[in-house]
Ligand binder design. Structure first.
Ligand SMILES: Cc1cc2nc3c(=O)[nH]c(=O)nc-3n(C[C@H](O)[C@H](O)[C@H](O)COP(=O)(O)O)c2cc1C
Length: 167
């Protein structure tokens, strides 16, 4: 195994679900970043999983200060594309660490405060833009659907590339 544990940061539960599924399959313990306590030493080799917020991976910078992050998995609501991964690589100037993207989901009912406000605003803006357009891209249709209806895309098979890397 290329890592000794999984550390994750999750707001509405999708990343947590992936971390738990990965833990079940690999036998690696999974810890929420804020709850690790003394269970992992500074410099422990971990795979970090965090949710995507405006293109950034929540908790990743903090995790880097404490652990040796051997691989990064970002969980967002968008479709998996090479661009999502390359944007993350660029944003954090990653050179060696493997970066994975997992489509998590979206649930407006689990969002509160500023995050809820931000997403409701984004939904309104997207709705207005979409109304003006005759044809919408698949990604625009997906976002509109997600924000209105909430969706869960988490599935164990999406973890295959990470499991292959880990072994
Ligand atoms: C304020 C905010 C910003 C977000 N920005 C992005 C984004 O840039 N890209 C993306 O794919 N998903 C984005 N999302 C969606 C979350 O990353 C997605 O719902 C993820 O599955 C949440 O994981 P969690 O349940 O572990 O918190 C955003 C969500 C919120 C609330």
């Amino acid at each position: 195994m290329k890592a000794e544990a999984i550390v994750y940061e999750s707001n509405t539960g999708f990343t947590k679900k992936y971390a738990e599924l990965l833990s079940q399959t690999t036998g690696l313990a999974a810890y929420a970043r804020s709850e690790v306590g003394t269970q992992l030493k500074k410099g422990a080799e971990v795979i970090f999983m965090g949710w995507l917020m405006a293109g950034g991976v929540k908790g990743y910078k903090q995790a880097l200060r404490k652990y040796h992050v051997k691989a990064l998995a970002a969980v967002g609501m968008g479709s998996p594309t090479d661009k999502v991964v390359s944007d993350i690589v660029k944003k954090y100037s990653i050179s060696q660490t493997p970066v994975f993207y997992l489509q998590g989901g979206f649930d407006i009912n689990k969002l509160h405060g500023l995050y809820r406000f931000m997403m409701l605003n984004m939904a309104k803006m997207m709705d207005n833009t979409a109304k003006k357009k005759e044809t919408k891209t698949d990604e625009e249709l997906l976002m509109l659907d997600l924000i209105k209806n909430s969706r869960d895309f988490v599935s164990a098979d999406k973890l295959e590339p990470i499991i292959t890397w880990l072994r």
